[in-house]
Design a protein around this ligand. Structure first.
Ligand SMILES: [Zn+2]
Length: 338
């Protein structure tokens, strides 16, 4: 049977505005009618079309998800905001992705002690982890800190699977742990991860050398203000749970000194201090009272974070001849003492 019965079909009147357009005759409809749309012929094409459309839809969705997963790193709600992971191109990210184990570490968690063997590395998505140098008598001082911009266990890329310092969680820190061997394998591929981790290692070196100066030359009050400012910013919280003893450990000073200085700052109205709790009332004033190290470390971190296209290519292309043009002493000059 035909789905288009042309026997009794009457062509409609053609409106005057279409008079010049081509028109169809009964013969044309007979031709159309000969192309019968039988169900058993049409069904396979419909099914095939649905399958192709479904496949294309799923493909675009997966690509869309992958793009979001990789490039929404500045969105704090996003599962990956760790800098070292977020900058990876798809091929490098695909290498490490199966090894990412999601974790959340709460304040007070000691991730590793100095001298521990590194079997896993930790990539924070936020929060703050203090890097502490400890004496044999157990006294400590904060030498640096890291969060979403870096990793714990960067010594792995230096072929040293030993922690050089304690790593203590200060603010609730979500992130990913990865087997240290996987991290080293990815580093050895010489791609973006390689360059980004070296750049991060430089930031840590810079931070630690600055902290060394800070601990020796800057006043306890300005160092305490620096620490409170960083902690407030990193935890996104003005209510900090810290005892005088804890702050004394972070700054490497006597507990009594912290008590006197905290009372002094409290009298200005910038903080409210009670048993084991500090409330930052005037963050701007605390920030302004922080030593220069706050600004210097912050600027170095900002440079690193905005340097998304950083590569080592310019350094790799420097040959020995170029270096001889500088004022650097040659190895022979150094060995001969000239
Ligand atoms: Zn300082």
């Amino acid at each position: 049977m035909s789905y288009l019965n042309t026997q009794n079909y009457k062509l409609p009147d053609i409106p005057a505005r279409y008079a010049d357009h081509p028109t169809y005759t009964a013969t044309d409809f007979n031709k159309l009618a000969s192309n019968r749309l039988e169900p058993h012929r049409v069904l396979p094409y419909i099914l095939l079309s649905v399958s192709v459309l479904s496949f294309v839809y799923q493909l675009t969705q997966s690509q869309k998800n992958e793009v979001n997963f990789m490039h929404d790193a500045n969105d704090s709600r996003h599962p990956i905001s760790n800098r070292l992971l977020a900058v990876l191109p798809p091929t490098e990210f695909a290498f490490i992705q199966p090894h990412l184990k999601e974790v959340v570490y709460e304040p007070g968690t000691m991730l590793a002690r100095a001298g521990d063997t590194l079997r896993t590395c930790f990539f924070p998505n936020g929060g703050m982890v203090s890097l502490l140098c400890v004496t044999e008598q157990g006294r400590s001082v904060e030498a640096g800190f890291t969060g979403f911009e870096g990793m714990i266990g960067v010594s792995v890329i230096l072929r040293k699977n030993e922690m050089p310092y304690d790593a203590l969680v200060q603010a609730s820190t979500p992130g990913f742990t990865v087997d240290a061997k996987v991290v080293l394998d990815l580093f050895n591929r010489g791609g973006v991860f390689h360059d980004a981790t070296l750049r991060f290692a430089y930031v840590i070196l810079k931070q630690m050398s600055q902290t060394c100066v800070c601990n020796h030359y800057h006043t306890i009050e300005s160092r305490l203000c620096r620490w409170l400012t960083v902690m407030c910013e990193r935890s996104n919280n003005r209510h900090l749970k810290v005892t005088q003893e804890f702050l004394a450990h972070m700054l490497g000073v006597q507990r009594t000194s912290i008590g006197m200085i905290a009372n002094s700052i409290q009298r200005t109205g910038a903080i409210r201090y009670a048993r084991g709790r500090v409330e930052i009332i005037d963050l701007e004033r605390i920030r302004a009272s922080a030593c220069d190290c706050y600004r210097i470390i912050r600027e170095e971190q900002d440079k690193y974070l905005t340097d998304s296209n950083f590569t080592m290519s310019d350094i790799r292309q420097t040959n020995v001849g170029d270096m001889r043009d500088t004022n650097l002493a040659s190895p022979q000059e150094l060995s001969s003492g000239t």
